[in-house]
Ligand binder design. Structure first.
Ligand SMILES: Cc1cc2nc3c(=O)[nH]c(=O)nc-3n(C[C@H](O)[C@H](O)[C@H](O)COP(=O)(O)O)c2cc1C
Length: 167
């Protein structure tokens, strides 16, 4: 085996998960931040976690509101996953700019993309400073699923967004 950088390992573990962190902004709109580094963490209590770079607006809104909805995007959102991962909600209303259709769900004023496969509504329990990222540990409040959509994954590291096919 040869020694590589940690980020390079993502090419070898491809396809990697991809999600959109949906948060409510003070302007009253939903911001969508692309996050590959999320994970299930526990069942009792139901817990998930995700890592976001310190300057990210999604992280800031999660800390401020103590609430987010993590969604797994469906196939029609492939282009938007890249768009939401290359602009910041700090200066852009991404849903409006990229024409991403949103819908309401019960229990929160955070909207989610209509083409979502799974939506996990959660509350921030705590966040951990891990250096260039914060790791957000969240209590799951409610999970919704849509059988009619194909989940997207990040391929070739994070260069391509597409569904996975079973070998
Ligand atoms: C495929 C893909 C995966 C990404 N995964 C992460 C991630 O896990 N954590 C992170 O901090 N940023 C990740 N990013 C970058 C953020 O989405 C990007 O910094 C974005 O501008 C943050 O938006 P915000 O400021 O509105 O939160 C990813 C980008 C792409 C395209």
């Amino acid at each position: 085996m040869k020694e590589i950088e940690l980020l390079e390992a993502a090419k070898h573990t491809s396809p990697n998960p991809v999600s959109l962190i949906c948060t409510r902004t003070p302007a009253g709109v939903t911001n969508l931040g692309t996050v590959s580094w999320w994970t299930y963490l526990g069942l009792e209590p139901a817990t998930i976690g995700f890592a976001m770079m310190k300057p990210s607006y999604s992280g800031e809104m999660t800390r401020k509101n103590k609430e987010a909805v993590l969604v797994i995007p469906g196939e029609p959102l492939a282009r938007h996953v890249m768009e939401c991962g290359s602009t910041s909600g700090r200066d852009t209303d991404k849903a409006k700019r990229y024409g991403i259709e949103l819908m309401s769900i019960d229990g929160t004023d955070i909207e989610i993309p209509t083409h979502s496969v799974v939506a996990i509504h959660c509350g921030l329990r705590e966040f951990v400073d891990v250096g260039d990222h914060n790791f957000y540990i969240c209590d799951v409040k409610r999970v919704l699923a849509n059988d009619g959509e194909k989940a997207l994954f990040a391929w070739k590291g994070y260069a391509k967004i597409a569904p996975a096919v079973m070998a």
